[in-house]
Design a protein around this ligand. Structure first.
Ligand SMILES: [Ca+2]
Ligand SMILES: [Ca+2]
Length: 147
């Protein structure tokens, strides 16, 4: 949570910017750099509310995550066990990206390959034993012609 003082601080900094041509929003609202008005309370909440994302700005005083927490791409802290649980908790999906949450199809999906299986990040491919060749389906193998 961001306390009230932080929000006022952020707002003041934005208003101090020179060359700023956008009209300020009503009290209780934050003026996005793009000119939109969003409620003060949605600034620095790790969600991009302004079209240009300026409600999540460098002045946001995000807390560092602890060792038991995962740091989302938007700097939000979530419990580590929420990572790769198929729910977007951040919510910018950075806890559910394939490079982080690779599924081992070779183990998790029954009958993936008839012989060997090689798991790769975000995918997999099948392998056949030395005397076998892959069938067109890419998953099953047939014995090579001995002639
Ligand atoms: Ca926000
Ligand atoms: Ca998650």
């Amino acid at each position: 949570m961001v306390n009230r003082l932080d929000i006022v601080f952020v707002h003041t900094l934005s208003e101090d910017e020179s060359n700023c041509t956008v009209a300020p929003c009503d009290e209780g609202f934050f003026t996005c750099h793009s000119g939109e008005c969003v409620p003060d309370k949605v600034t620095c909440d790790h969600v991009l509310d302004c079209e240009d994302g300026s409600d999540e700005n460098p002045e946001c005083n995000y807390k560092d995550c602890t060792g038991a927490q995962f740091t989302c791409g938007n700097k939000k802290c979530i419990p580590k066990h929420w990572v790769c649980d198929k729910e977007d908790d951040c919510p910018d999906s950075s806890d559910e990206i394939p490079s982080l949450c690779d599924i081992n199809e070779c183990v998790d999906v029954a009958g993936t390959c008839s012989q060997g299986c090689v798991n790769t990040i975000g995918s997999y491919h099948c392998k056949c034993n030395p005397e076998y060749a892959k069938r067109e389906d890419g998953r099953s193998c047939k014995k090579r012609d001995s002639t």
